[in-house]
Design a protein around this ligand. Structure first.
Ligand code: 13P
Length: 249
């Protein structure tokens, strides 16, 4: 179902005490906007984050997972393990996983399938690099990232997919896509899904924007009709900034 979502990707930040104090502050200040609010702490702090949030509506999600159920995969985490600690949504395909850990479309497709098979929700990230945009190849790149990882899924799988368009050149750089650039790409993504599947599926999927979203620019980006919310990095590490961004939805 298409819903408004604001998610914080904490990446490799915040130790246990910092995680607990940020969550306590966020819970206390959380505005009721009707949007889903999610945070993705590091793996080691997921269990405590879930406990610490108790009955809060803030959802704890994971930053990654492996596609296998279990086995000899040193350093990895499975869908079962996440579900076991009440984490039922996972980010897959973040550009940092692609760039620094060699995750290919093929691996990502396996992860997506593994998560969906376990009835998890997948927040699938994708987006072009600066050279792609400069050369006008950004629509092709985005289309191929979606096709390679998602377009073999059957139609009903889309009920558990959230998309996060994150142009690599805007991540952590302070440079955001303009609201018009975000809208243009989100509309393209929705149209592509409509062409491959159908308009009903396309209109039901939440498409988030990520890349240097801040309190100062969130409202304008979120006001665009095909932008259903944001995946926030740096600004989600500070409760007041994240709350301001949630209010902007
Ligand atoms: P920044 O908001 O720090 O640019 O990070 C975006 C991001 O990568 C979220 O997943």
């Amino acid at each position: 179902m298409r819903s408004k979502i604001v998610a914080g990707n904490w990446k490799m930040n915040k130790n246990l005490q910092e995680t607990e104090s940020l969550l306590a502050e966020l819970s206390a200040k959380l505005p009721d906007t009707g949007a889903e609010v999610m945070v993705a702490p590091t793996f080691v702090n997921l269990t405590n984050a879930v406990r610490c949030l108790g009955a809060s509506t803030i959802q704890v999600i994971a930053q990654n997972m492996h596609f296998a159920d279990n086995g000899a995969f040193t350093g990895e985490i499975s869908a079962e393990m996440l579900l076991n600690i009440k984490v039922d949504t996972v980010i897959i395909g973040h550009s940092e996983r692609r760039a620094y850990f060699g995750e290919t479309d093929e691996v990502l497709a396996k992860k997506v399938t593994a998560a969906l098979t376990k009835n998890m929700r997948v927040m699938f990230c994708f987006g072009e690099e600066l050279e792609d945009r400069k050369s006008g190849n950004h629509f092709n790149i985005v289309e191929s990232q979606l096709r390679n990882a998602l377009f073999s899924l059957d139609a009903k799988a889309w009920g558990n997919i959230i998309l996060a368009y994150e142009p690599v050149w805007a991540i952590g750089t302070g440079e955001t896509a303009s609201p018009e650039q975000a809208q243009e790409m989100h509309a393209f993504i929705r149209k592509t899904i409509g062409d491959v599947y159908d308009v009903g599926i396309a209109n039901n999927v939440s498409i988030l924007y990520g890349g240097s979203v801040k309190p100062a620019n969130a409202e304008e980006i979120f006001s665009k009709p095909d932008v259903d919310g944001g995946l926030i990095g740096g600004a989600s590490l500070n409760a007041d900034d994240f709350v301001a961004i949630i209010k902007a939805i």
